[in-house]
Design a protein around this ligand. Structure first.
Ligand SMILES: Nc1ncnc2c1ncn2[C@@H]1O[C@H](COP(=O)(O)OP(=O)(O)OP(=O)(O)O)[C@@H](O)[C@H]1O
Ligand SMILES: [Mg+2]
Length: 932
């Protein structure tokens, strides 16, 4: 008997397939979901998925399907690019842009930030989002156990979005061996109302049905027993029956198919069964299949031919035979193994040494045939082959592109190359012993230092940079390595050593001018940032600026101005700081090479504008900076959330502030900001009467030190939160005591004016006139020293409350109203209302009170409303019929203004990216609001 070729019929698995079909119908009517299918090799994951998705296209869904491959695990986004058809020749410019990003066609900045893989991952997610806006989509990624980490991250992010868009996201994986990022997918699916389908072995009745289907007759008792050996695994069963049929061990007896002999020899495992199937193939075909197996589960026919050194046409008969033997299938110009296990059996049958040699040969053959970089790299890292002349040549020629496309692979190959000359040996002797390395050693090891620095592997970057420094004669390269060394030292908290390195570099009389300016600017940046001698930092920065200008080096100028802006920041001279930043932005223009530096300036600009109460401009900068940071894949996107959170907090968009704070919580916390993050979150919670959350944040920041200028500067929200919390608990004296620390000269360089009016209010309430006066004087002095409108308004409020004159308090309210600082507007109006009422100007008091209530209402602060009402009641001023209601906890009323706006736009039928553009929010912010 021969195997029944038509036996592709699905046996059992009814409920699983029906579940997937139902989800396809759901998505076609607009409701997305995420699904994971898990099970051992050959159990039927791919088969069940394809049966489940069969109707997708006819129901109007866009169906895309990709499979990960064992070889490509370290190639970032490999699977996603494959399934979404992203390559540099894409007709769709957006996909072309993603491919270009991955190919490193964008210069890497000297600040070592900006990760193209991260940026491309974001873009992949955005691409799917965009497609989903056009039509429902089914996206299947098979064999996730082999997927690269960036693709897994993209899958997870998409899973989180399935509740909000018409995307049916499907994935399949083998649960063993366990891989952490794959396990995380399960978590994501569970927490986003997804489904996990675990495929168990087939039931006995299904096994018999399948055997009957394969042999074309009902199986007899011996054959049934034998089939039991497959333990319900359809792949094994299929291979087992296939072997039996090919070896003619099955005969027809009395209308049933049964075994000819009682105990035929049988393969002991699935892989043995597969290997035995391959034993039937001719030598030529086996050779072709081995070459194909080297290249992965799927590859272009042309690549196989290139590896074998022949033309496709010569090999046509062999390809046909392999397809006929049901080992591979052919779709257009690509070959694909019918099953990954078949590839594995072929691959593993080759001796390790032979495999290593073949991979090395394949790499060269593919490179010469013009195959993509990633395919060549895959071959070079498949087994640790020797570094020979060709490999080093190739590496030197493609290192910078490889660093972008596959940084991990780049590091591995570069490390292998560089290790040919160990750092502590007599290096020249070792190098000369491997002559192929000599011309490349410098370049390759410098590239290694750069990529390690960029990957944030600071300690290794430091070692590599030192090795190059020690050996290279090239002055420019030396300077570049010093830059990396000093920056790495700074990042690992060793500022003094970093400064020493820079001094040593600057001592070199032959230092190229450009590098002179850059290193000097870096030294100034460090000096200013670590709060050393500000005047000295300024002098160094000015010198760097002059040299940079003379050398015409925009990067050095940008760095020097960054240092100067930090100096002005430390001096709290905001207008001067903003001027430096704007000048730097003008110099840097939008040259891609300086994007990371520009980003740094833009983030500082955002902060500066916020301090200056220029919120509208801050909003525009925020949008620019966000787009840029997302495109850059900037690891420091986190540092952007701080000024953004402050901005939103000050203008009273507290939900947006909370989204930013959440984003900060998702990255390893920067100690300096802990007080600020928990302080802001606690403040919002306190004002909204959510005591449990407030307590949680206050406890988390309990022992936050405030002993450096930075930590003091960032402790303002925390101090406010502690004070407001004590005041709400009726402990007014404690509330005052918390704030008194602000009068300490150590706080002179903070934004303490934000809190001083509260200090005055509390002191006046407790009849502590001295403290109230000192606080008011301090506020006035701060405003005189750095006359920003915000400081002046604060000083006015203090003065008014101290003297009991509502005039200046109303002036301050006028300022807050104009610039949009709503929380302070509410408070100033309430205070002014009390002062007006005390003077007997009831009408004006009523008006101020009414406006305060409106403001409080939009902020959702019921307690403030009650407090204000209680303060005004003694003067006969009541909340009246127009007075604000506390925010409802459910339904439309429970929404904040931003949420309402988002809800309106969603109701308008706009897709999320549109909404984000409209509101100038980031896509993630919109997701957070929609899912609330
Ligand atoms: N329910 C079924 N009925 C009939 N044949 C099946 C069934 N499930 C799987 N098969 C067959 O078994 C083989 C293995 O199935 P499949 O490729 O779907 O397994 P898998 O779980 O995806 O394996 P892997 O983990 O290796 O990807 C296929 O040849 C398929 O045709
Ligand atoms: Mg499969």
């Amino acid at each position: 008997m021969v195997p029944n070729e038509a036996s592709n019929q699905l046996v059992g698995r009814k409920s699983e397939v029906e579940l997937l079909r139902a989800l396809v119908r759901e998505v076609s009517s607009g409701r997305g979901r995420c699904v994971l299918v898990e099970g051992e090799p050959g159990i039927g994951k791919s088969t069940v998925m394809s049966a489940g998705m069969a109707e997708a296209a006819s129901l109007g869904c866009l169906l895309v399907w990709g499979s990960a491959d064992e070889l490509s695990q370290r190639l970032p986004l490999r699977v996603m690019c494959g399934c979404l058809d992203i390559d540099r020749w894409s007709v769709d410019p957006y996909r072309g842009e993603i491919a270009a990003m991955l190919l490193g066609e964008r210069p890497a900045g000297l600040l070592g930030s900006g990760d193209p893989v991260h940026a491309a991952t974001e873009m992949v997610v955005a691409l799917v989002e965009r497609w989903c806006a056009g039509s429902p989509m089914v996206l299947v990624v098979d064999d996730l156990q082999w997927a690269d980490e960036a693709s897994l991250l993209a899958w997870r992010q998409l899973a989180e979005m399935t509740e909000q868009m018409p995307l049916l996201l499907v994935g399949a994986y083998r649960p063993v061996p366990k891989r952490a990022p794959v396990v995380d997918l399960g978590e994501a699916v569970r927490s986003h109302k997804g489904v996990i389908v675990a495929l168990e072995p087939l039931a006995n009745s299904d096994v018999h049905e399948m055997v009957a289907d394969l042999v074309g007759r009902s199986p007899g008792p011996a054959l049934r027993r034998m089939a039991g050996r497959a333990a319900g695994n359809p792949m094994y069963l299929r291979e087992l029956v296939d072997v039996l049929l090919r070896e003619e061990a099955v005969v027809v007896q009395a209308g049933e198919a049964d075994l000819a002999t009682a105990a035929p020899s049988l393969p002991a495992s699935l892989s043995a069964a597969v290997s035995r199937r391959l034993g039937f193939l001719s030598r030529d075909v086996t050779q072709i299949l081995q070459a194909t197996a080297l290249l992965g589960v799927e590859c272009p026919v042309a690549h196989v031919a290139a590896v074998l050194g022949q033309t496709e046409r010569d090999l046509a008969p062999q390809f046909d035979e392999a397809v006929a033997a049901r080992v591979v299938t052919r779709a257009g110009d690509r070959l694909r193994f019918r099953h990954p296990l078949i590839r594995l059996a072929l691959y593993e049958a080759m001796p390790t040494a032979l495999r290593a040699g073949l991979h090395r040969h394949a790499a060269q053959a593919l490179a010469e045939a013009g195959a993509p970089l990633a395919d060549v790299a895959e071959q070079l890292t498949a087994t640790p082959a020797a570094m020979d002349g060709w490999v080093l040549d190739w590496l030197a020629g493609h290192a910078s592109a490889l660093v972008n496309r596959a940084p991990q692979i780049a590091v591995e190959l570069l490390q292998r190359a560089v290790a040919l000359a160990p750092p502590n040996g007599p290096w020249w002797d070792t190098l000369s012993a491997t002559p192929a390395v000599v011309p490349w050693w410098d370049t390759l090891s410098a590239t290694l230092a750069v990529v390690l620095f960029r990957l944030g592997r600071t300690a290794e970057a430091e070692t590599s940079a030192r090795a190059v420094l020690y050996r290279t004669a090239d002055r420019g390269r030396k300077a570049h390595m010093r830059w990396i060394l000093a920056y790495s030292l700074l990042r690992s908290g060793r500022a003094a050593e970093a400064a020493a390195e820079l001094r040593q570099a600057l001592d070199d009389p032959e230092l190229p001018e450009t590098w002179h300016a850059r290193l000097l600017a870096l030294a100034a940046m460090m000096q200013a940032g670590t709060a050393g001698d500000v005047d000295a930092a300024e002098a160094a920065a000015r010198r760097a600026l002059a040299i940079g200008e003379a050398a015409g080096d925009r990067f050095a100028i940008g760095c020097a101005l960054q240092a100067l802006s930090v100096v002005s920041g430390v001096r709290r001279d905001e207008p001067a700081r903003l001027a430096c930043i704007d000048r730097a932005l003008e110099v840097l223009d939008d040259d891609a090479e300086y994007t990371d530096l520009r980003l740094l300036h833009l983030a500082n600009r955002l902060y500066s504008l916020t301090v200056l109460d220029r919120f509208a401009e801050a909003e525009v900068t925020l949008a620019t900076v966000r787009t840029l940071a997302e495109r850059m894949g900037d690891a420091r996107l986190a540092s952007l959330h701080h000024p953004a959170a402050t901005h939103y907090f000050l203008v009273g968009r507290w939900d947006d502030a909370l989204v930013e704070l959440d984003a900060i919580a998702q990255v390893p916390e920067d100690q300096a900001y802990t007080g600020m993050v928990h302080g802001l979150a606690a403040l919002v919670a306190i004002r909204r009467d959510d005591r449990a959350t407030a307590e949680r944040h206050l406890t988390a920041a309990a022992d936050q030190p405030a002993n450096t200028p930075t930590s003091r500067a960032n402790s303002m929200p925390l101090l406010t939160a502690r004070s407001v919390s004590a005041e709400r608990a009726g402990r007014t004296a404690d509330a005052l005591a918390v704030l008194v620390v602000l009068l300490d000269p150590g706080y002179a360089h903070t934004e303490r004016h934000l809190l001083l009016p509260d200090l005055v209010r509390l002191a006046v309430a407790l009849d502590d006139v001295d403290t109230a006066r000192v606080a008011a004087e301090t506020c006035a002095a701060d405003a005189a020293r750095v006359p920003t409108p915000g400081r002046q308004a604060a000083a006015d409020r203090c003065r008014g409350m101290l003297s009991g004159d509502p005039g200046p308090v109303l002036d301050a309210a006028g300022h807050y109203r104009r610039v949009g600082r709503r929380p302070e507007l509410g408070q100033a109006l309430e205070d002014a209302a009390v002062l007006l009422a005390r003077r007997g100007d009831i009408e004006a008091a009523r008006a101020a009170f009414g406006e305060a209530l409106e403001v409080y209402d939009t902020l959702g602060v019921a307690r403030d409303i009650r407090r204000a009402a209680a303060r005004l009641r003694p003067y006969g001023i009541m909340r009246g019929s127009r007075a604000a209601r506390p925010r409802g906890r459910h339904g439309w009323d429970a929404l904040t203004p931003t949420e309402r706006l988002v809800a309106d736009l969603v109701a308008d039928g706009r897709s999320n990216p549109d909404i984000a553009a409209h509101l100038l929010l980031s896509r993630r912010t919109v997701q957070a609001h929609v899912s609330h």
